[in-house]
Design a protein around this ligand. Sequence first.
Ligand code: PAF
Length: 283
Amino acid sequence: MKIFSQKMQISAEVDELKAKQLSVGLVPTMGALHEGHLALVKKALNENDRVVVSIFVNPTQFDNKDDLKKYPRTLDDDVALLKTVSKDKILVYAPAVEDIYEGNTVSQSFDFDGLEFEMEGRFRNGHFDGVGTIVKRFFEIVKPHRAYFGEKDFQQLTIIKKLVEKHNIPLKIIGCPIHRETSGLAMSSRNIRLKPEYKKAAPFIYKTLKAAKEKFGTKSAIKVSRWVENEFAKHELLKLEYFIIADTKTLKTVTRKSNKKAYRAFIAVYADDIRLIDNIALN
Ligand code: PAF
């Protein structure tokens, strides 16, 4: 498996592949790869001749320095895991901060038509400017035909589609369903940091989302939200940051349900100092 650390080299390699009429998919990650990432890589391999997996813990999308410091970095394990999927069709691009930011580790400012101010945007200052900056850079460096993102970060996926549309970037964004552990807990690189009691408690998040979906059939969004807030208020270990039922397109909190619109419930929860997010389609 070829591993690149410099943008010039990965760019040149992809140019060569494209000159041979091979299609290229991109799976951007921050490493600490798990089955969820592998599902994205497998889908990308099904739809492209070659797949670039970028592994980069992007400093500009972290508003919490401690979270950035503690974010797992497991490049050797990541490469070993990718080799179980394909040895010759995957290219890894694992740059250093310098290769990407060239001594100026700051975000560009973006206008995502308000999508960036909802949910994660309210609780993580500058997060989507950081995501937009790095993802746009990767698109410019790799110039893939398709790029793959998980629906666990549904707001991120929506914003990246907006980024591509507004900046006329010639590629297709493909969203992939959330991968869950057998307990129902959404797979995340952060899960490996959960202490045993929190790991045991965390499936409560998805259990509550499923119950909320059930209730949304007959109850108002406000009533469902109050019910979820109550369930977490009673919980001894998990702390709710937000639960929001939003319009799938605008990501705005729903006030009045319409049967013409699609809704999703979004949740962020603290398990100790680890922030977990999840979401579920409601209709
Ligand atoms: O979803 C992630 O892991 C990151 O936000 C991404 C898209 C790789 C950008 O750093």
